[in-house]
Write a protein that binds this ligand. Sequence first.
Ligand SMILES: Cc1ncc(C[n+]2csc(CCOP(=O)(O)OP(=O)(O)O)c2C)c(N)n1
Length: 562
Amino acid sequence: MSAEAYLGRLAERGVEYVFANAGTDFAPIIEAITRNTGSGRKFPKVVTVPHENVAMAMAHGYYRIAGKPAAVMVHVTVGTGNALNGLMNAARDNVPVLLAAGRTPLTETGHIASRNRSIHWGQEAFDQGGMVREFVKWDYELRAGQPVDAVVDRALDIAMSEPRGPVYLTLPREVLASPAVAARRDTVRPLGSAPPAPSSRAIEEAASLLAKAEFPLIVTSSAGRSREAFDELAALAEEFALPVVQNEARDINLPTNHPMNFGFAAAPFLPKADVVLVLESIVPWIPRSVAPKRDAKIIHVSTDPLAQRYPFRDVEADLLITAEAGAALSSLRAALRATKANGRAVESRRRVAAAAREDMEAKRRKLLETARNAVPIHSAWLAACVNEVKSEDAIVVSELGVPVGHLDLTRHGSFMGNMLAGGLGFGLGAALGAKLAAPQREVIVAVGDGSYMFGNPLPYHYVGRAENLPTLTIIANNHSWHAVRQATLDVYPDGTAAKANIMPLTELKPAPDYEKVIETCGGHGEKVEAPGDLLPALKRSLDAVRSGTPALVNVSTQGRHN
Ligand SMILES: Cc1ncc(C[n+]2csc(CCOP(=O)(O)OP(=O)(O)O)c2C)c(N)n1
């Protein structure tokens, strides 16, 4: 039947996992899984995830580490509704996910899968795909008589072509339960189309601008997504002494110990730059707060330099290059060599960079001197303790948890930061997905207390135990939605809310004993209030994780410091 063909084709195209939250629409899927037992035909592993937001975040975190798409399957309209937050995160982070949803049975009688519950009328929508259309690259409904294989292939190919992103497929129960239609062709090749090569003329122009620059600056948020781009950026920045800031970093793009790492905020350096290379960054700076020099030359390199799916964006741009970061950087390095970039300028930039980095390091050390004893615990001390306990290739996921500017991150794929779509509830599920993709690596997820609750903690801890995915969870617990408080202060610095004893809609008190939640799922939980207790607690907890027990440390913190 088509349900078997659907699962079989996913596996054939390299999809290893389906994160699923089932309903009445799943009857043919469940029947297919059991029929297939022992048949020898490969199916993806179907993982039960008791909330759709966690399932979407798992697929997201899995792709970010594995580089391969996962599928998610949810229950009709209502499951899709619950998956939307994660879908928006995936769309704005260029993450390919095949989100499939059942479709309520179309017929009232006449088929074994026809409607047999009242919800089958209540769950029908005129346009189920319309719910998600703004945030997917493609949506479609599998129709009777169509080869499932071809539809799966098309979905995955589109998701995996640059710029990547999620796709949506609806699967009516009668169609899933009907005999499969054979595919016309059966080509199994790598997913997606090859990306366009960067224009050599544009790369030469960029190289000639950069070669002449006195203070060039590279601004990136997610160029380091691919290993090639991560390595190429390090090589280019080193060879030509090009400072890099990782503004609003979603990935680690340059090792934090690289001599050209200028930190994680563009604002301090942008006004000095005469040439700026914006590499995979939708919001390279906030125009309201900072602007480049009027005569600075701004180059954009991205698979989608115009950010076509974003309604309004007015970033300065003199040269726009459509390319993957890795390919663009390697051609740029060759082109810069060909310009015989002035060696003296490069060496003088190198000296300035070394001084600037020493200055940044000195500030960091000074801050830490006071931060290490602060009560409630300071986020710089939290980061320092994380640095102390984690292994070098650990994956750190942070959702308003730990400031990236204080972390030591040297390896490709060792960081996942805040989502551009801002859909909270990403961190916990992403950590599970990352662990699934790299079981041998440590996964540490730091979340605000608000983000922890958005992340559906019980489903998270449940899946962690059921699927044997031990992670270390750190809650930066400031007993509030600090970001909401800060936003109010930003807009009304002298307003009545700023002076109120308790600012409405910002407090999360009385705080639950979060460390006990994980204990109900067989995990190790600790609560830390004194700064001196933090390091031993993290060590104990990471030891538990290393021995296979998920752990959580609930840390009483101040509002975040970036
Ligand atoms: C799904 C969703 N709902 C609401 C928000 C608005 N929001 C942004 S930050 C924030 C507070 C998060 O609290 P926490 O994780 O504790 O971090 P803190 O701001 O305290 O550092 C909220 C509610 C959001 N981004 N996403």
